[in-house]
Design a binder for this molecule. Sequence first.
Ligand SMILES: *Cc1c(COP(=O)(O)O)cnc(C)c1O
Ligand code: SF4
Length: 350
Amino acid sequence: MASSTSSGPAIGVLARDASPRLAPRLRPWQQALREAVRDAAELCSLVGIDVAEMGFSPAAARDFPLLAPRGYVARMRYGDPADPLLRQVLPLAAETHYLPGDQQDPVGDRAAELAPGLLHKYEGRVLLVTTGACAIHCRYCFRRHYAYDELPPAAEAWAPALAAIAADESIDEVILSGGDPLTLSDARLAALAEQLAAIPHVRRLRIHSRLPIVLPERVDDELLAWLSGTRLTPVMVVHANHAAELDDEVAAACARLSAAGVVLLNQTVLLRGVNDDAETLAALGRRLIELRVTPYYLHQLDRVAGGAHFEVPAELGLALVEQLRAELPGYLVPRYVQELPGEASKRPLG
Ligand SMILES: *Cc1c(COP(=O)(O)O)cnc(C)c1O
Ligand code: SF4
């Protein structure tokens, strides 16, 4: 699912045997991404569990390869096959059991394209799919079947999207999404932010990224320089599903983003065996606000082909959110939503 870029290496598919003499000098986050775990046997041995007992599926891994940064793997509990972080990244045979309601494009992305890679579903904001590459492969991901290969490879190919945004004065917010936009180089992102800032009616730049959580090294001076330098109000929606994902490195990355004036929100996917109990969700909310991150959305899982074993029935989700409401300040209770094709916003459940 990785797509290559014209200005830098295709992160997801970096040659691992490149001669050190010829290798470009990588920033620490690029190095960490290059060294991410890609092999199930290695992952299992790092966390002290038996790969044969885990139900690992080579077929699932061929469909959507295993990818997990080492810093993220280090947060898993050693010797625990039910670890909530491990469960998010290990390809299992259950992924190859498709259910009748599963879809390749469950949220109707194809129908909402305004220009190549530009989705306009909701009033006032558009979502730009900037890349197919991610720093981690989440097994439940609803974008795993998205046709990233058809995305424009080079920066100039964003021109139709930029023109469509410039032509519609109702758009005051642009969301960079993917894949994960922060797998792109800061040179490309800064240039894109500059082009967007040149459109007078665009006021906010929102970035949907899991990198501050799974690869906190990404939040370095080069990223902060363009994020804090744009006239657009920067908003970052990170993606954490469990408090165990939020270690001191992540806290430091969030502190740097906050100090740079970035508004921080979090989205969580409700996942069976990962965070489908009130205590886990409450602990996540409390940890997030320590990091100056406000819980924003709790997503009902989209029915993506291969993700059914992560699904939590909506009735249970509603009961969990009720428990959170009874236990937490209102601002720590995320909005429980589902994305349905053709609706004017994500639909609140309950
Ligand atoms: C989720 C989404 C948004 C953002 O919706 P908010 O409710 O503003 O967070 C915008 N566009 C698309 C296509 C989306 O899927
Ligand atoms: S959930 Fe986000 S980070 Fe994970 S694979 Fe999907 S797009 Fe990438």
